[in-house]
Design a protein around this ligand. Structure first.
Ligand code: 6R9
Length: 648
């Protein structure tokens, strides 16, 4: 962004108070903000007591060597004990931990007692394989219960896991195994996706031709497809794990013992191995799951639709909900297999009360049509969460109306792999919610919006999102590269964490996230966020989804180019394009009118569902495409390019 601060274009007046019954019984009430504001460290010390510590911490934060934080450093705990054993010991062993739904409709139910046995057996198996505390284990699995079991088994023996998303290529697997120095890999023969058995083991085999140092590959049998076998290296899960004892004595580890590494691709350079540790991470994932979802372990059925390969899966499928002893749904497949109502069928079947999904999915459901969710009984739902991208106000309203029957709060949760847990979000029993805004830092979290010089912007202003105080689940470093950690996050603004996201404050002081700062456009001297123009387009009833980029322009510096997916039944035409341009002009002002609008069938997305504007910029500027390896489907770009010459 240039000196000029981010223009503040979108006005959104709608707001929704919390439902009275939810507010009356909410896990967290308004006084939490005040309590944390008065004594932030005391607040987090209290939240740490949600966990069972073998040695309770007496120290909360050590910030004597910033930006390297230590939280609860003299405490000791076992993370897996906190996620399973203690619930069994408290008499809740018969409570369902996981309702697993395979893509093909096969199901498995694991109670907390059964989950404990499985985790202990897997921990004993890893020990038999010679894995010791501190050794890294790479995990490359589909969305099956063994994924949760594997993460917890690693945590139980103090072996940091490094999960690689099951859709990544051999090259990505190899570079992550190498960077983490993993000697054991846990994978499966394959997983079911879109009705097909997708191979995983063969990708690991290929990766291991490129890196050395892996001595064992532990293979879960899921699809029963054929796999190549390397004797002496490959071991079947069912042969090794099933014969282990279900007893394992969990050893306590230091609060700062590494729990996992998770790679974020970033826009340039080699992937960053984000390092998370134990006590602070579990404290904040546990607290935020309790606070933001209002999760009640004795009644709620919670479903996070993310993949375990992303941080959302780590924090809100594994560590947050399980540390709280909540019952959850785990689904293996895609939302349209075998039909476009699959998610809602699952909500109805298990009586899901709390759901956590991504804007990309919500916009897809909008495109598929309102009649699909209408066929299912969704009355069990009471809180709807969103994460991953800014949620366009119209998508937010659609979610609340068509999924939540205008009853349920929508919580738009802003956070990152690096933050470990939710940082900015409404609280469902407290906040008057606004469509499209993550609104306020959670109790105990300090965030601000600053200008180029690092000065806080006044209400109504826009700039960069920063975090102004350390938080318990913050990344501790980039694995093996402390300097890159300092340079990437702590050098842009002295003493503050630079998130890389643009943001604005509205007249009430609420925060609106406006996308990555790399995506902000500079048009005739005004910084304009892609998010706001996209939201204006999506607010037209004819548009389901939009991606906006700034392309170099001789007169205006950059010109706004919009790629739009039309809603079902809408025909593309020149009149439609004019109508949409005028609609943006009327909503945001003439400065934000796109110079070009191109209707397309699909948008390029990362595998976690984020729009890749970088590639669209390449197209809009008639450049050769940059790195497309993290795209879900590279044919999308060919289709878009074919549309373009006419517009060049
Ligand atoms: C949890 C996760 C982090 C980036 C982040 C931001 C975007 C996530 C958002 C959001 C607006 C939200 N992001 N949640 N933007 N509103 N509610 O997604 O982690 O994969 O590391 O991505 O995602 O740009 O900086 P990660």
């Amino acid at each position: 962004m240039s000196k000029e601060s981010l223009a503040n274009l979108l006005r959104e007046e709608r707001h929704f108070p919390p439902p009275a019954d939810l507010a009356a019984e909410a896990n967290v009430t308004a006084d939490a903000y005040e309590q944390a504001a008065n004594d932030r460290l005391g607040f987090w010390a209290e939240q740490a007591r949600r966990l069972d510590w073998a040695v309770p911490p007496t120290e909360t934060l050590d910030w004597s060597n910033p930006p390297f934080a230590k939280w609860f450093a003299d405490g000791k705990l076992n993370v897996a004990y906190n996620c399973v054993d203690r619930h069994v010991e408290a008499g809740n062993g018969d409570r369902v931990a996981i309702h697993f739904e395979g893509e093909g409709g096969d199901t498995r139910t694991l109670t907390y007692a059964q989950l404990k046995d499985e985790v202990c057996k897997a921990a004993n198996a890893l020990l038999e394989l010679g894995v010791k505390a501190g050794d890294r284990v790479a995990i490359y699995l589909p969305m099956i219960p063994e994924a949760v079991v594997s993460l917890l088994a690693c945590a139980r023996i103090g072996a940091p896991h490094s999960v690689v998303f099951g859709g990544f290529s051999a090259e990505a697997v190899a570079s992550r195994i190498e960077d983490a120095g993993a000697e054991v890999v846990i994978t499966a023969d394959g997983g079911f996706r879109r009705g097909k058995a997708n191979a995983l083991k063969s990708i690991v085999d290929e990766a291991l031709r490129r890196v050395t140092g892996v001595r064992t590959v532990l293979v879960v049998r899921r699809t029963e497809q054929e796999v190549a076998w390397t004797a002496g290296r490959d071991v079947w899960w069912h042969e090794l794990v099933d014969r282990q004892s279900p007893e394992h004595d969990p050893q306590p580890f230091d609060a700062e013992h590494p729990l996992f590494i998770l790679y974020t691709s970033g826009t340039t350079g080699k992937p960053k191995g984000i390092l998370h540790t134990s006590g602070g991470y579990l404290t904040q994932t546990s607290y935020t799951h309790h606070a933001v979802f209002d999760a009640k372990p004795d009644r709620d059925v919670y479903w996070c639709t993310a993949d375990i390969g992303w941080v959302t899966g780590h924090s809100y499928i594994v560590y947050g909900p399980l540390s709280n002893g909540v019952t959850e749904v785990m689904y293996e497949g895609t939302p349209d297999t075998p039909h476009q109502g699959r998610f809602w069928e699952i909500v109805q079947k298990y009586g899901v009360t709390l759901i956590y999904a991504a804007p990309t999915a919500i916009r897809t459901f909008m495109k598929w049509g309102d009649d699909i969710p209408a066929k299912f009984d969704l009355s069990s739902l009471r809180v709807l969460g969103s994460v991953g991208e800014p949620i366009n106000p119209e998508a937010w309203i659609w979610y609340r109306h068509h999924i939540g029957a205008d009853r349920t709060p929508v919580v738009d949760t802003w956070w990152q792999t690096e933050t470990g847990s939710i940082m900015i979000s409404p609280l469902p029993g407290v906040t008057d919610t606004k469509p499209g805004s993550a609104q306020r830092p959670l109790p105990g979290i300090s965030a601000d919006v600053v200008d180029d010089e690092g000065n806080p912007v006044p209400n109504g202003g826009g700039g960069y999102l920063v975090l102004t105080e350390p938080w318990p689940s913050m990344l501790r470093t980039i694995w093996g590269d402390d300097q890159r950690y300092v340079d990437t996050y702590w050098s842009r603004f002295e003493g503050r964490y630079f998130a890389g996201d643009g943001a604005k404050r509205d007249d009430d002081g609420d925060i609106w996230l406006l996308g990555r700062v790399d995506d902000v456009m500079l048009v005739s001297g005004h910084n304009i966020s892609t998010t706001e123009v996209e939201s204006a387009l999506v607010s037209s009833p004819k548009v389901a989804e939009a991606a906006v980029v700034g392309a170099t322009d001789a007169t205006t510096g950059q010109a706004i180019v919009a790629f739009v997916i039309l809603r079902g039944g809408v025909e593309e035409s020149d009149t439609l394009v004019t109508e949409l341009r005028d609609h943006v002009g009327a909503t945001l002002g003439p400065i934000a009118k796109p110079k070009r609008i191109l209707p397309v069938a699909e948008l390029p997305k990362t595998r976690s569902g984020k729009i890749m504007r970088r590639l669209l910029r390449d197209v809009a500027e008639n450049r050769e495409l940059g790195d497309v390896t993290t795209l879900t489907d590279s044919s999308v770009m060919e289709l878009i390019q074919r549309k373009l010459p006419s517009a060049a």
